[in-house]
Ligand binder design. Structure first.
Ligand SMILES: *[C@@H]1O[C@H](CO)[C@@H](O)[C@H](O)[C@H]1NC(C)=O
Ligand SMILES: *[C@@H]1O[C@H](CO)[C@@H](O)[C@H](O)[C@H]1NC(C)=O
Length: 302
């Protein structure tokens, strides 16, 4: 995509409260619904969409269509079908949400989580929702339906892929701009750089005498530095492509990249609960998953 198009896109989301993206938002809502459901089922404190039941005059857990209607903002004409009146939503529930979705579709953050009383970055929203998911899934004796956990993970992957298509190529461009020789060895797994594979590939090239040992080490150092300075590199690329780009526009684009990484972290952490569940011992042996900041830094998905 041309930078010009990105800027147009960006200006249309600039003034929304949360950095929404209309191609990923339906999947994000379905993911949020599962976290809501995990809270109801596990007996953990309810923090997600706590006003939903009352909005429909019931004390039962909301169905997905009710949940979505409760959260989405005015100006988003949502007409759910009977299939959307479900407690096990899948990607097909995105169809009704996406029909006539406005350009800058949004949902209410304060209804999603009362703690969000003012504007919050989407990365923070994702972090809090992930904490809520981990807390519910860690409740002693609670096991969500495998299909539910699987759907929640699939939604974060789909949301990430939808956002990825628009912005992630910028990271590749930044790498190409600053370390063109090293860029050739990059291995990606979907939206994420696979640094282990990348470094192996460089080692192979050295072993096969395609490049000198010192060259290989230089490439690795460049890639390591890149992984630690992705924002600065992307900013440099944005500036080189458009001298007039504003700080706000650059920040907005970087925020999108951060959201993509947060969704990757979410997928990773939810996946740890799947592994724990298939462990027959019943006791969860996994390490605390709340501080895997490598994933954020490197955008690594597995
Ligand atoms: C989402 O918004 C973009 C512009 O930001 C627009 O071009 C596109 O048509 C919208 N998608 C839908 C499904 O309305
Ligand atoms: C690492 O990257 C930063 C940001 O692009 C750059 O300023 C710095 O010179 C790089 N350091 C090395 C050792 O290449």
């Amino acid at each position: 995509m041309k930078l010009f198009n990105i800027l147009l896109l960006w200006s249309s989301v600039l003034f929304t409260h949360v950095l929404a993206d209309n191609t990923s938002i339906a999947y994000e809502l379905i993911y949020f619904y599962y976290v809501y459901k995990f809270q109801w089922e596990s007996g953990a404190d309810k923090t997600i969409a706590v006003g939903c039941s009352a909005a429909y005059g019931t004390e039962e857990m909301c169905y997905f269509d009710e949940f979505a209607k409760y959260l989405i903002a005015n100006g988003w004409p949502y007409s759910p079908t009977t299939d959307d009146h479900t407690k096990t939503p899948t990607a097909s529930q995105a169809t009704a949400l996406n029909k006539d979705i406005p350009h800058s579709a949004r949902f209410s953050l304060t209804k999603l989580m009362a703690a969000f009383s003012s504007e919050k970055a989407m990365t923070i929203v994702l972090e809090r929702v992930l904490d809520a998911a981990n807390t519910a899934l860690d409740v002693e004796g609670y096991e969500p339906a495998k299909a539910d956990l699987k759907q929640a993970i699939e939604m974060t992957q789909r949301a990430q892929a939808a956002r990825y298509d628009k912005y992630n190529w910028l990271e590749d461009q930044a790498l190409e701009d600053t370390a063109p020789d090293a860029a050739e060895y990059i291995v990606k797994d979907g939206a994420n750089y696979d640094w282990d594979e990348t470094f192996d590939k460089i080692d192979d090239a050295v072993n096969d005498d395609e490049i000198e040992y010192d060259e290989g080490e230089t490439y690795k150092a460049e890639l390591l530095n890149f992984s630690q300075n992705i924002d600065a590199r992307v900013e440099a690329t944005l500036t080189s492509q458009n001298k007039d780009i504003t700080k706000t526009q650059k920040d907005g684009i970087l925020e999108h990249l951060h959201i993509i990484r947060s969704l990757g972290t979410t997928t990773n952490e939810l996946n740890e609960h799947v592994v724990a569940e298939s462990d027959d011992s019943g006791d969860s042996l996994r390490a605390p998953s709340h501080c895997s900041s490598d994933n954020i830094e490197f955008g690594d998905s597995d």
